[in-house]
Write a protein that binds this ligand. Sequence first.
Ligand SMILES: Nc1nc2c(ncn2[C@@H]2O[C@H](COP(=O)(O)OP(=O)(O)OP(=O)(O)O)[C@@H](O)[C@H]2O)c(=O)[nH]1
Ligand SMILES: [Mg+2]
Ligand SMILES: [Zn+2]
Length: 288
Amino acid sequence: MEGIIVKGIGGLYYVKCEDKLYTCKARGKFRHNKLSPMIGDYVKISIDGEDGVIEEIYDRKSELIRPVVANVTQAFIVFAFRHPDLNRDLLSKFLLLCEYNNLKSIICFNKMDLENEEIDKVREELESAGYEVLYLEAKNNVGLEKLKDKIKGNISVFCGPSGVGKSTILNKFLGREFMETGEISNKLKRGKHTTRHSELVEFEDGLLVDTPGFSSLELDFIPKDELQYCFREFDKYRDGCKFNNCMHYKEPNCAVKEAVQDGKIHSSRYEFYIKTLEEIMSCRGNKK
Ligand SMILES: Nc1nc2c(ncn2[C@@H]2O[C@H](COP(=O)(O)OP(=O)(O)OP(=O)(O)O)[C@@H](O)[C@H]2O)c(=O)[nH]1
Ligand SMILES: [Mg+2]
Ligand SMILES: [Zn+2]
């Protein structure tokens, strides 16, 4: 039988096959091959009574590390303007990480009932880079329909900092307290890292996975030559650079830099590119 792993706890895997859930162990051979099953994996199982054994793990189309989920097709990147305050650098990093993992990303600004005066500036930057942006008040059921329309046929991950309302959105969809949610700490104006485990849940002909929020991301594992390809808005201009290995950094006659000067590429996006590039280069340098 074939199915998908929706949950894993203490060496046991819950595999959904058509409409039934089987509790499965993994064959020892996976351990020897250093391959461990992860949620999102499509697997072949054999059944012995009520329980099953995972016999085979099919090739993964994608592999996320934080959280560990296979075969995710898109990411809802959830942020708020207040409670917690918008960290634009962190948002840019999430977008970059999704590009690097070949995930489609959809930005969701939640808590639109709170103050959000930077909205126009932020929207302009994100839309100029080709991103889709949704605005929500999950607590008051505002904007959720649009989000719902995007779920069918996908394995979608909800990611973003702690306290922005990821679990609240999921609970609203499911109509029950599927995930625990937490008040924002009044003193720190930060989330409390309420969500700690990951599980795939079915909704609207798709699968959703909530994730624990995190407040920083390291991106220095991205090879410096690959970084520019995570900025989709550079694509149109790259061919016009004098050097075909141009990194759009200190090189002369760079079409990307010209596009920035002409206002065709948003300057904050370019600045973020350079900042990240410099971080990657200095980090590699240190290791040598
Ligand atoms: N004002 C306002 N508060 C909201 C909204 N949506 C959720 N919240 C509140 O924000 C707090 C944090 O929500 P969670 O859903 O636990 O946040 P999370 O992103 O899952 O956080 P972690 O699990 O820690 O990563 C809760 O107190 C929610 O009630 C909203 O639209 N407006
Ligand atoms: Mg949560
Ligand atoms: Zn260039």
